[in-house]
Write a protein that binds this ligand. Structure first.
Ligand code: NAD
Length: 308
């Protein structure tokens, strides 16, 4: 039988853990022995206001159910990420895992979107994840261990009406993940991105009730914990998780077209003529469709073009 994945002696910071998905992750980590910092500003869905109750309730729930110590932190990820790390160190003396989960929504069509709605959403999701990860990074490097989960969204991968701010922030987290995974690898710091769909205050007004019923946040947590375990070898990956269906997302590049660089022929008209070849997803004799796409294949394709 597979051994139970334990998080004993591990310290986990989860942002936005006072409700929704973050709370469920926190309970599962605590159940498996981790000490968890429950960070939550306790504001509205749009990010207005704050209160300490959201985080306190989850801390009390963990202590009551699992008899492990948890600590509350009420800082905004945008204002005091160093304070969140300090809460982990002051209470538990270490930090091993961070889950960048805090989020807000300020939806509106692009034509009506205010700068403040764009900036605040990018600030919480993208800059907040950056600030917390930055505050933890040197600790992870020193101890030669760290796990980071960034939270993307289907809106980030595919776009969604009314969410230009949110989708920009969420796809930004994919690029952030891919670079940190490369930089962290030699220090055993693994960084992955999840793309969840689950019942929470974020989705309860936009998804019909009969579908919401199937989208328990508990169905997201198993992958999050797996990716954070010390035994995992997975890094630099994106996973879509919903209703118990788990899959991996990767980039794909068409086989493409290499143009002769002669300025007489390498023109916009040549693009028009070769359009179907540029966007062709069938292999060609010298150019194959690439998936997953690596920067190294891209460099070799470019060097083929350079030889012409
Ligand atoms: P939620 O609103 O229940 O949870 C978000 C939490 O973040 C809230 O408790 C909120 O108080 C906290 N928060 C907001 N701003 C904060 C700040 N500045 N500092 C600290 N805490 C802050 O929603 P959820 O659905 O559980 O969302 C969790 C994450 O998952 C978010 O990043 C969200 O974008 C992402 N996500 C959720 C879904 C879904 O289907 N629920 C889909 C895709 C992505």
């Amino acid at each position: 039988m597979t051994e139970k994945l334990s998080f004993k002696n591990k310290v986990v910071v989860i942002t936005g853990a006072g409700g929704g998905l973050g709370r469920v992750y926190a309970l599962e980590f605590a159940k498996r022995g981790a000490n968890v910092v429950i960070n939550d500003l306790g504001g509205s869905l749009g990010g207005e206001g704050h209160n300490s109750r959201a985080a306190d309730v989850v801390v009390a729930e963990i202590q009551e159910k699992y008899k492990v110590k948890a600590a509350a932190n009420y800082d905004s990820v945008t204002d005091n990420a160093a304070g969140i790390v300090k809460t982990a160190l002051d209470n538990f003396g270490r930090l091993d895992i961070i889950i960048n989960n805090a989020g807000i929504l300020r939806d509106s069509s692009f034509v009506k979107m205010q700068d403040s709605a764009f900036d605040s959403v990018v600030d919480v999701h993208l800059n907040g994840a950056y600030k917390l990860t930055k505050a933890a990074w040197s600790i992870f490097r020193r101890q030669n261990f760290g796990r980071v989960i960034n939270t993307c969204s289907p809106a980030g991968l595919y776009g969604n009406f009314g969410q230009a701010n949110y989708s920009a922030a969420k796809l930004g987290l994919v690029g952030f993940t891919e670079t940190l995974a490369k930089e962290g690898f030699k220090n055993n710091i693994y960084v992955n991105c999840i793309v969840p769909l689950a019942r929470s205050r974020m989705t309860e007004r936009i998804i019909p009730p009969h579908i919401l019923k199937t989208l328990a946040p508990e169905k997201i947590a198993p992958m999050v914990l797996y990716l954070c375990h010390e035994s995992t070898k997975v890094t630099n990956s994106i996973f879509e998780l919903a209703a118990g269906y788990y899959s991996q997302i990767r980039w794909e590049r068409s086989s493409g077209q290499i143009f002769n660089p002669d300025p007489e022929t390498f023109t916009s008209e040549a693009i028009l003529n070769k359009w179907s070849s540029i966007v062709d997803y069938q292999d060609k004799p010298f150019n194959k469709v690439s998936h997953p796409v690596q920067l190294s294949d891209y460099n070799s394709l470019i060097s083929k073009a350079r030889q012409l």
